[in-house]
Design a binder for this molecule. Sequence first.
Ligand code: ZN
Length: 319
Amino acid sequence: MLKKPNVPVIALEEHYADPELYALFTGLDATTPPHVVAKLEDTGAARLNDMDAAGIDVQVLSHSAPSLQKISTGAVELARRVNDRLAQIVATAPTRYAGFAALPTHDPAAAADELARCVEQLGFKGAMIHGLAEGQFIDDRRYWPIFARAEALDVPLYLHPSMPHPAVIDAYYKEYAKDFPVLLRAAWGYTVETATLAIRLVLSGLFEQHNTKFILGHLGEGLPFLIWRINNGLARPGQKPVEFRDLFSAHFSITTSGFFSDPALLLCVQEMGIDRILFAVDYPFEANAPGPAWLARVPLCDEDKAKIASGNAKRLLRM
Ligand code: ZN
């Protein structure tokens, strides 16, 4: 019998690969096994059957990392082609798929325009940005036109991990990278990089000017566990005043992607509130079936499970 919550399940961090864009990733994606690449490339019957078998009603599709964030030459035109093709994929199963845009962050003004085109003309629900853009954290003011446009369109930006900066890999991970290549990726490096970006966004002053909504995967990249200590440290004397906890809690939602842990989820509920937690799998890097089965048995009431399964997504993504 299918184990899933007794409500629709919308999964938010579900990846695919556009052939033209994915072909540019050579060497960047060395740890992805061929059977996962095959699943990234499939957006047809096999993917839908896998969703059915797991009890996932809707996947919000996004390109796999690093998407367009390491591409400069021709990025604006490539983004249009990639997003147009994603819209065609969504149109093949409009009740099962939705889309997050890929943005050409190399040109922030053009990226903002592409976000608007994707939301207003293609019906996308927001966008996903993967890690550093051209080696730079995107809290830099040159990227703020993207955040201003997301605010105006009232759509969230999903901040997805990507490879750490080469200098960080060299200083922190290089002795272990050969034997443990996932250490600098999903096992630890991605978490540090993405949590650092979220902290920098709060400290940047962005939220004094823009009410932009962000989503973090992987149960908030560790930040819900650490928020008390971060807030406490930043409140010590001799620093610029910042209401870290309030700003983070007001502007960030988190998903369950690749992180099906009861104690970690319950901590997130206590720190963030049930309305800020959304379901995701991180398909195909994680298998679909364990996600809804886990959500069905987590020690929360049915009303709270329904919010995580799809209620919060319907509100945040206006689905
Ligand atoms: Zn992912």
